[in-house]
Design a protein around this ligand. Sequence first.
Ligand SMILES: Cc1cc2nc3c(=O)[nH]c(=O)nc-3n(C[C@H](O)[C@H](O)[C@H](O)COP(=O)(O)OP(=O)(O)OC[C@H]3O[C@@H](n4cnc5c(N)ncnc54)[C@H](O)[C@@H]3O)c2cc1C
Length: 200
Amino acid sequence: MSGIIACNDKTMYWFASFSTSMSSQEMEENPAEAKQFVLSKLGKVADNFKAVIRDTELENLSIAPLRFRHPWDILWGRISKSNVCVAGDAFHPMTPDIGQGGCSALEDGVTLARCLGEALRDKQGIRSEEYKRIEMGLKNYAKERRWRAFELISTAYMVGYIQTSNGRILSFLRNKVLGGFFARQQLKLASFDCGKLTTS
Ligand SMILES: Cc1cc2nc3c(=O)[nH]c(=O)nc-3n(C[C@H](O)[C@H](O)[C@H](O)COP(=O)(O)OP(=O)(O)OC[C@H]3O[C@@H](n4cnc5c(N)ncnc54)[C@H](O)[C@@H]3O)c2cc1C
């Protein structure tokens, strides 16, 4: 899987996911080889996409292996503790495969602001009460976002794994069955409504 987008008039962003016998450390140590490998794996893409990859300076390449994180850690693990919580990639690290990392980090921000706003709204109290209300607001945030984050990291890993697999069975399933399923799942994930920033 690969993609490309213009950030501004002068900068392009691209990504490609693939499987290789080279380790990520070997790739990082040989970025020129990694770039050649990506170019050889692109298949049928526009010539100007290939040109962007070819002209990418080696120091601008970022190479990372796909990692599995247990989705149940999100269901049963801590998302907030006292008056601290996680959000964005720190909560549900994303790969480029489902294109949801940026949006889901924003969803977290909206939900978090709403939960904190509600916890602190129209209430005057001593400091320790405020602390408790913040703690409660963060707990509500964790409750609202837990299942969404679970679904996001599970889908991102599965799509990444299947996209980069060379196995005969998985390649067959990817080409014949799973392509359509994941495309629908991606659209479903993208049309998520995290609600308004304020409640009234
Ligand atoms: C290769 C790749 C391609 C991707 N492509 C897409 C895509 O096409 N679409 C999409 O929606 N998502 C994509 N994602 C996912 C997306 O980039 C992330 O999900 C998103 O950036 C998460 O936002 P964030 O604010 O949580 O974290 P980040 O964007 O990582 O921001 C965290 C910030 O905190 C800073 N920081 C870290 N430690 C400290 C510290 N101790 N003190 C101060 N600052 C600190 C970092 O420098 C960084 O600026 C991609 C991810 C990867 C790896």
